[in-house]
Design a protein around this ligand. Structure first.
Ligand SMILES: Nc1ncnc2c1ncn2[C@@H]1O[C@H](COP(=O)(O)OP(=O)(O)OP(=O)(O)O)[C@@H](O)[C@H]1O
Length: 365
């Protein structure tokens, strides 16, 4: 998968900017705060319909503007695709080859992308919500139904939470309504758990292999999806209805939904010990690197093509061995776009070197 051309209009600090890309490694070089990350964000938004930095579209519009427009030409399985994403009149409009898409799920996953930045360390160090978000974003890229499941689940969650909040404590009608919501939580939640479980398994196998290579086999990495507090899928799904019934009075007392995949987690372990609690900063970075590269491999297995890799200033955070490992890895990919403040040592490796300065992009010959 490859991007050939990008056009940003009123997006972040770009007024009207076109960029032509090439296969291989592209380096976006520039001082801090010039707009390098904004280019990666534009590509990511175009491909996923989401920003990894903000939740509100308005923040992506150039200051003083209320709209933005993104266009990109991509190649996937030798097919050329034009993607467009418009934010206008507080609405999002997405088009593939000029045909509007009604839902995000019709569009996401058409072309896959893996984004990697130093902030991804939260995957290991942060809370469970960060890890669930990573899993869901990934799964959504190749199972568009997962987006629909998450949307449906979140609606049910909101409704059940609202009901628990207004509840006067266990009237017959309140219990009957909770039971109705529980049926939905069980049905939709089980599918979400199954998807996340399967994906974690795929990721874990690849991640373990890659971690072995970058740590010279010193430690073993494992990733376990914990559903409803259990690390066995069938046990978790079998216990789900019972847990919902058993915890109903506690949910009424606390006035919040306590049972369901919105509280699940993935545990990263090194030699059976929690990497979040005991891993060094370097080991945690290696876990993120292995997980991201594993994600590339899982997508290739499923789609037959490597996704586009976007690297936001990650080299400065890695030691020389891991930096070289990552750079060598990119040679087998169709296209990698990377930002850095100084590209001197890498000019030989790049197929395209671009200079970013105050929201303007130029070629470095
Ligand atoms: N909505 C916006 N409208 C206009 N300018 C914006 C907007 N959002 C961010 N900026 C500007 O974009 C610039 C930051 O761009 P970006 O994050 O791409 O920097 P960068 O080149 O990746 O820098 P660094 O190396 O520090 O990460 C800042 O100058 C910021 O003021």
């Amino acid at each position: 998968m490859e991007i050939k051309w990008l056009h940003l209009k009123s997006f972040r600090n770009y007024q009207d900017q076109e960029v032509d890309f090439r296969p291989g490694l592209t380096i976006l070089q520039g001082e801090n705060g010039q707009g390098k990350t904004n280019i990666l964000e534009g590509i990511y938004y175009l491909l996923t319909g989401k920003s990894y930095r903000v939740h509100r579209e308005q923040e992506l519009a150039r200051w003083g503007e209320n709209e933005f427009h993104l266009y990109g030409d991509f190649i996937v399985q030798r097919r050329k695709l034009r993607l467009e994403s418009h934010y206008q009149d507080k609405r999002k409009i997405i088009k593939i080859n000029q045909i509007p898409c009604r839902k995000l799920s019709e569009y996401v996953g058409t072309i896959n992308v893996v984004f990697f930045s130093p902030d991804d360390l939260v995957m290991v160090k942060g809370g469970p919500a960060e890890r669930r978000r990573f899993l869901d974003l990934h799964i959504a890229q190749h199972h568009s139904k997962h987006i629909q499941l998450l949307n449906a689940y979140n609606k049910v969650l909101q409704q059940k939470n609202a009901l628990l909040k207004q509840g006067q404590g266990g009237s017959k009608s309140q219990i009957a309504q909770i039971e109705l919501w529980n049926e939905q939580i069980l049905r939709i939640g089980s599918e979400i758990i199954r998807n996340r479980w399967e994906f974690t398994g795929l990721l874990s196998r690849k991640g373990q292999e890659i971690y072995g290579q970058i740590s010279s086999g010193k430690e073993e990495l494992t990733m376990d999806y914990h559903a409803l507090g259990k690390n066995n899928l069938e046990e978790a799904l079998a216990a789900f209805p019972k847990l919902l019934a058993e915890k109903m009075s506690l949910e009424m007392e606390r006035k919040m939904v306590l049972i369901g995949p919105h509280r699940d987690d993935i545990l990263f372990k090194l030699n059976e010990r929690s990497a979040r609690l005991y891993g060094s900063q370097g080991q945690q970075r290696s876990i993120v690197l292995s997980t991201k590269l594993a994600e590339l491999e899982v997508i290739r297995q499923e789609k037959g093509d490597y996704p586009l890799l976007l690297l936001d200033d990650v080299l400065s955070e890695l030691d020389r061995f891991r930096r070289d490992y990552l750079l060598d890895y990119t040679k087998s990919l169709q296209q990698t776009i990377m930002t850095m403040t100084s590209a001197e040592t890498l000019t030989q490796r790049a197929s395209l070197l671009l200079k970013v300065e105050k929201g303007q992009i130029g070629r470095i010959e």
